[in-house]
Design a protein around this ligand. Sequence first.
Ligand SMILES: Cc1cc2nc3c(=O)[nH]c(=O)nc-3n(C[C@H](O)[C@H](O)[C@H](O)COP(=O)(O)OP(=O)(O)OC[C@H]3O[C@@H](n4cnc5c(N)ncnc54)[C@H](O)[C@@H]3O)c2cc1C
Ligand code: SF4
Length: 618
Amino acid sequence: MSEANVSHVAERSQSSRIRTAAFPNESRLEGAIGALVRDGYPEDLLGVAIRGEHTYLLTVVGHAGREHELDARLLGLGANVVTGASELPAAYGVAPHPGVREDHDMKLPMGREFPAAAWAPAIAGYRIEPPVLPPRDRVWSFDEVEPGYTPDKAVAEADRCLRCPDPPCVRGCPAHNQIPSFIAALKSGEYQTGIDVLRQTTDLPGVCGRVCDKARQCEGSCILAQEGGDPIAIGLLERFLADWELQSGVRPGRTARRAPATGRRVAVVGSGPSGLTLAQELAQNGHGVTVFEALPVIGGALAWGIPTFRLPQPVLSAEIDALRSLGVEFRLNTRVGPLLTVDQLLSSGFDAVFLGAGADVATTPGLPGEDLTGVYSATTFLSLAKLSRVTPENCWQSPVIGERLAVIGAGNTAMDVAQTAVRLAHADMQERSASQTTLDVAETAMRLGFRGVMVVYRRSEAEMPARREEIESAKEEGVQFRFLTAPVRFIGDADGRVRAMECIEMALGQPDRQGRRAPVPKPGTEFIVEVDTVVLALGYQSDLALLEATPGLRVERTGNVTVDPLTGRTSRTGVWAGGDLVNGPDTVVRAMVAGRRAAADIHRYLQTLPLKEQEVSS
Ligand SMILES: Cc1cc2nc3c(=O)[nH]c(=O)nc-3n(C[C@H](O)[C@H](O)[C@H](O)COP(=O)(O)OP(=O)(O)OC[C@H]3O[C@@H](n4cnc5c(N)ncnc54)[C@H](O)[C@@H]3O)c2cc1C
Ligand code: SF4
């Protein structure tokens, strides 16, 4: 592109809007020029292209009336587009495309003399990625894979946000976090304001910032993503503020502020994200809250399921400590059901009950040999693997995985199982190497020869329900995938331990009711795979014993409890429900939203109750 175009561009810009498109590298710049020319875009409307060490800019003038089309095309080509419309009075009538950033100080680039430093904000238009532990290092530990942003990187990423007036990211967030506001506060270094904005709508920012499926929620809705560019790293920014809050120690003091005690008591069944959120909201309003948890640990799937390399324990522990400082009581190892019923809770002084018992009862395929030693459900495998490390005082035994482990299923839980198994195998090799030899760890790993983790899935990779980032991460760590394959039976040895599984090849047939093509077995293709451990990650359902012991509760055929979607009220007066128990296996953020919604309704309900005897007499 010739610099001679500059004066022409300046002239044309009097009647059209001029914008500068910044690209992350030279090849994208070249590609964009080629694409615009192929589109039939007149070359004389393309201005100077500046190439520098980190500077790849193209100045482009719009066609009157087709400004938005051009902006959308440039954004789609991966550019960060900036316009200085305020400098060009004749262009005032043209509102920039919402994905375009307005920089009122923008100067028209004038050839190579143009100071590239002035374009730093535009160049920083590409998502700033935090460091990630390389796979060869991360398989040796259960430490978090992604250490998160440093303050300077967080501010630089926050600076990319366009503060859209009608932000689609907020609509994409199930909790409706006020994303542009918290990002603006972060950008100005006002971290406390930023976390306060977040906590208006979420009780678990450190958790959600890490585990939410951002690509299908806020980040997938970000205007930059819609235009084909890199969305703002909303989850990482949320996590940055939550980690700052955790490290600065401000949280316990702030949450300890609660309304005066109301004398009302609420029982919460289950300590997952729905129950924890509800407990926090009600305790802050002065109500007494007791959480009944069947397991000896608090947090539901956050505690027993999601591995520490995705959700470190201190993040969850901080939320639990804050709840304790609000006076929330936890009764662990206490299962509500036939022996301690909801009716008993209501008649023993609790004014309301919230059922947040999740859906963590594993479904099984009903295949011969599934009860052999060494065949685990994902729930059992993950909880043993995690809790034996996080709470050794509970005497959990980590699973023994041998040399070959097969995971059946292809959801996020299956990916967590596969990556956990890889780490357990490496930990085992490390232990054996320490006691046997002085070889370095990598060499010992090769010699001791862990043969691997294989994910077996009956459909193809395209149908895998797991998040793409989790699949890629598992592949990087050496997990193998066997698609269009299903187990037929598990084969044990004389001691009743699984040693092999018979599988059959599958083909994809007609789409089912959800539009997914149904897998169909191919007769005569059976084959045997040697395995030492099998983990079934095939789905979950709710605890039917609890539901059957609660008369009057309307339950769907799937085992999900029916509630009023606006309030979480069940068909039983005084009983609310939310989270996976209502939705089936779902997400942390939706469980949290359900907990908040039910808490608001329970708070209203408690205020309508007649005063208790002691309140009347006092
Ligand atoms: C391995 C794994 C990985 C996941 N990864 C993600 C992820 O990355 N992102 C995401 O958004 N979601 C993820 N999820 C899903 C998410 O964790 C759940 O949707 C969420 O935890 C549901 O919250 P909940 O409060 O409804 O129930 P849960 O978190 O399931 O908690 C329910 C609690 O109730 C207890 N309980 C059950 N029955 C009783 C009873 N009768 N009496 C007393 N207590 C009882 C259980 O022990 C449990 O502690 C994952 C789930 C699993 C299993
Ligand atoms: S995060 Fe994306 S959609 Fe949301 S305000 Fe910023 S640029 Fe706009």
